[in-house]
Design a protein around this ligand. Sequence first.
Ligand SMILES: NC(=O)C1=CN([C@@H]2O[C@H](COP(=O)(O)OP(=O)(O)OC[C@H]3O[C@@H](n4cnc5c(N)ncnc54)[C@H](OP(=O)(O)O)[C@@H]3O)[C@@H](O)[C@H]2O)C=CC1
Ligand SMILES: O=C(O)[C@@H]1CCC=N1
Length: 290
Amino acid sequence: MTQSGAQGCTLLLAGCGKMGGAMLDGWLKAGIASSVAVVEPSGLPESLRGNPAVVLVSGPDALPAGFAPDVVVLAVKPQVMDTVLPAYRALVRPGTVFLSVAAGKTIASFESALGESALGESALGKSALGEGAAIVRSMPNTPAAIGRGMTVAVGNPVVTEAQKALCDSLLRAVGDVAWVEDESLLDPVTAVSGSGPAYVFLMVEAMAKAGEAAGLPAELAMRLARATVAGAGELLHQSPTDAADLRKAVTSPNGTTQAALDVLMAGDGIQPLLDRAVAAAARRSRELAK
Ligand SMILES: NC(=O)C1=CN([C@@H]2O[C@H](COP(=O)(O)OP(=O)(O)OC[C@H]3O[C@@H](n4cnc5c(N)ncnc54)[C@H](OP(=O)(O)O)[C@@H]3O)[C@@H](O)[C@H]2O)C=CC1
Ligand SMILES: O=C(O)[C@@H]1CCC=N1
């Protein structure tokens, strides 16, 4: 690995499904990793076959000779993580950081499965002595596939500044990144940005159905709903104006938007529904820890 960020780093990806595959797509597009080994029972996705930077391996014990990953990305389902991890213990060494994207799985559970650190204080010292695994728990989202992800991350004390910078460069290559100190925030983070794209896609489905009910042909209704959410998202992305003001800019006094918002915002509006949805997702994230 070069000293500046992730350019040229070696990666081992465990689980190349929807999230692992999306991030790897993003990393390859960004040219961020020079060499990637993938453990994926279903094989490499079509898009990665024949890519000279990517090799499919049957497990962490079958890496190409001399392949020592800078980063092991753990992107299997939370439900199988505990059975998958023991095979990765052999990769715990000072030069390797484990980057989990799994919902709910706590740093403590990774420390326990990969080998707990004996010392409690100096992160740099522990890593240098090779005691304990360097672990970053993160929660990305699938827009990472197009470089527009949002990831929140937290590291354990074994993670060195260089490893944090490496993970930051990887995550930043596929979108925005926020680091937090308090790991418990990862549950509500998962509920807002990890799962959030699904809420927006549901909104598109519902808008399209409502358009159909109002008389539009199905194909046109979906095209309008999709383009509207994508365009509004891009406007949010590019404009410094906050969401409430962007909404007000669409809303002419006594116009059509006002008529619709009077329905959507009647009483407490959609807020209680979203409160309940986000709380349910955060609760599920905490359950997945067990
Ligand atoms: N999807 C999303 O939007 C997000 C997901 N995540 C997290 O990402 C992780 C993966 O989720 P997602 O991508 O949706 O799920 P997927 O099922 O799409 O991906 C998981 C992949 O892991 C594979 N797998 C199973 N066992 C192993 C193993 N022993 N070694 C290596 N790979 C294995 C699965 O293969 P097979 O199907 O053959 O079993 C599957 O392809 C989860 O922990 C989830 O919480 C985080 C943020 C967002
Ligand atoms: O639904 C899930 O559990 C995963 C985590 C966040 C998004 N997808």
